[in-house]
Design a protein around this ligand. Sequence first.
Ligand code: FAD
Ligand code: NAP
Length: 313
Amino acid sequence: MKSGKIIILGSGPAGCTAGIYAARAGLEPLLISGPVQGGQLTKTAAIENWPGEKSVSGFDLMDKLMDHAKSLGVNFISDSIVSADLSERPFTLKSENETYRADTIIIATGANPKWLGIPSEEKFRGNGVSACATCDGFFYRDQNTAVIGGGNTALSDALYLANLAKHVYLVHRRDEFRAEQTLTDRIHEKVQEGKITLVLNAGVTEILGDEMSGVSGVRVSFKDGSTKELPVTGVFVAIGHIPNSTLFEGMLEMDHGIIKTGNSCYRTGTSIPGVFAAGDVQDPVYRQAITSAGTGCMAAQDAARYLKEAGAI
Ligand code: FAD
Ligand code: NAP
């Protein structure tokens, strides 16, 4: 059994930043790094919106963050949690082979984008297919792009790309958007300006191209049975995210799997006092490395204040 004042779950930007702040507050944090050491960013080639780094590979950036945390004494443990008991303090977390106990927990387990699940999407992921327009849109400036989805993310992505790309096709499976009205109105303005084309009642059935030159188009199928090819080099899948929160289902208040925070006097506090959440797992809107790091910093400070008020430090 391993125990500590604070356990951080996740080694992405949120977890590492929480580790840095918790270590500097003298909390001697244990950080359980989970199945993806360094988190989602390690899977992307170039990050160009992390302040202070004009361009850095996701792997190198996360290597630096983990190294920084380790240099301050954060105890990184290569393990993944499979069950939790938050009914009493100290809280208990279990992996396949170990039990962990802590007075406070910071959940920074991230979220994964939903994908269409077609084979050609997998083939071109990272080479023409992305789930993050804010991250990768820049690489498609002055090119034709497609955005798939009809929610706030898809419409925000389409608007973002409309300012960068040559043209944007917004492909949605219905003829009505679930996004908020203001975004829908702005999309229609861009349609009038000729920057966006709506491709409605349609689904992408294949992403076209070859491995050497990447994506050259998408094939869409309409509800009436017809098909069409759209000439695009960038495809942005924006059909929702799945937060890594199933471990805590039935224990913490959530909205569609997103852990609710700010329920108490702690901005990152969850519905259970002493349990904090940071990063994408609690973020329905921004989901960026920098915002994840920011909430990681907040969670560590909240946890330190909580421990002090509880008389644990
Ligand atoms: P994550 O980075 O997802 O990390 C989650 C951590 O939790 C992982 O270490 C995982 O191993 C761990 N974990 C999960 N389950 C468990 C468990 N059961 N037990 C223990 N640990 C667990 N953002 C930008 O700002 N700029 C970009 O250019 C950018 N590009 C991106 C490109 C791609 C392809 C993707 C997918 C995302 C990109 N993002 C970018 C978004 C960014 O990666 C995320 O917003 C950010 O990584 C979220 O950080 P996080 O720490 O909350 O979670
Ligand atoms: P979302 O609201 O769940 O929308 C997902 C969209 O993708 C829906 O239009 C859905 O179609 C479509 N879709 C889902 N699965 C699909 C599939 N397999 N194939 C094709 N299309 C599919 O997800 P989101 O847009 O990422 O938003 C998530 C949350 O973040 C929401 O609460 C949203 O309000 C919030 N958010 C807010 C902002 C903002 O405030 N500006 C920005 C981004 C996100 P249907 O409509 O037919 O179901």
